[in-house]
Write a protein that binds this ligand. Sequence first.
Ligand code: PLP
Length: 404
Amino acid sequence: MFDVQAIRADFPILAHTVYDKPLVYLDNAATTQKPRQVVEKIESGYYNVNANIHRGVHFLSLAATEAHEEARRTVRRFLNARSSNEIVFTRGTTEAINLIASSFADECMSAGDEVIVSVMEHHSNIVPWQIEAARRGIALKVIPMDERGELRLDVYRSLFSERTRLVAVAHVSNVLGTINPVKEMIAIAHEHGVPVLIDGAQSVPHMKVDVQDLDAEFYVFSGHKVYGPTGIGVLYGKEEWLDRLPPYQGGGEMIASVSFEKTTFNELPFKFEAGTPDYIGSTALAEALRYVESIGMERIAAYEEELLRYATERMSAIEGIRVFGQAERKGAVLSFLVGNIHHYDMGMLLDRLGIAVRTGHHCAQPLMHALGIEGTVRASFSFYNTKEEIDALVAGVERVRKMF
Ligand code: PLP
């Protein structure tokens, strides 16, 4: 489908060895490796266009401002948002959800109001709502899942009441890989006049996302999971909603005028970007988005689906394996346990073979409770992974199984 070896050449870290073994990096759901193009963008940003943005009149400041705003336009195009005013840079998914939880609750929620989340949410999409619950007496309602790891839409429909103010769900589960039918879920919420926030941390790196087609009010993702730098992410919000919500943090840049008597706030999107933004991070994120676009999101999705199909087939043949997440539509994530082998033991022994997987609860403890387990071993794939690497994983797991 595409030349994987040529792509791997863009990611110097993939050529590393660990413990004298070739590195097999299968922890992409936690963070992705960075292509040369992104790292060079950071370097060239600091060497050539570094100056604080927006308030400057000098050459460098104007150039840095233009680069940052060009990055915003790139994100707008990538998500197919209507306007660049709808793109707010944050530190990542977590900060974007906290922003919405705080500002939305301020504007739209009072004691007794309800937020619907799902059982498979990352802690980032649970705890901010619990903080608001403790502050304001709002309640969380939870969509359960079936034994395949698909959300129960029949129950979801029954959770709406006249107190439902927001639905907040993940597009793709970071543990089960389930691709939730968010377009349908958004339409159901809209039938009740309820806005929706989608956690796109695990979807944006792997599939084409069109926020206008989905019709979500809010959509968030992290740069570091889509081959960009750490410390930068995106909140997309429909302009009428972002206009309505109060600022999350106060400081420079987010104001129109300040006096001790009265302060007025800046227009969108600056109202939500207090302080010096990560203008180097934003331009490197834009570079990462251009990089994945140059491969093509459809090709990425097709290749990763093929990797997942191959991995699932080969791993399922291992004696005593349990795979968690058997949804009809799945992202490139494979969570498993083998016999009674503790997930940490499996992870640490695979590490000695050069294979990087993640173990534990994956910041989804309520999901672990629902599954009746403490944690899993998770292999998560990227377009730079190969079938040979999956063979190495299978051989490694077999070897560990035999040791026990
Ligand atoms: N939501 C999901 C589904 C995730 O997988 C993650 C990260 O693993 C997050 C939110 C949090 O992302 P970040 O730590 O980049 O803010």
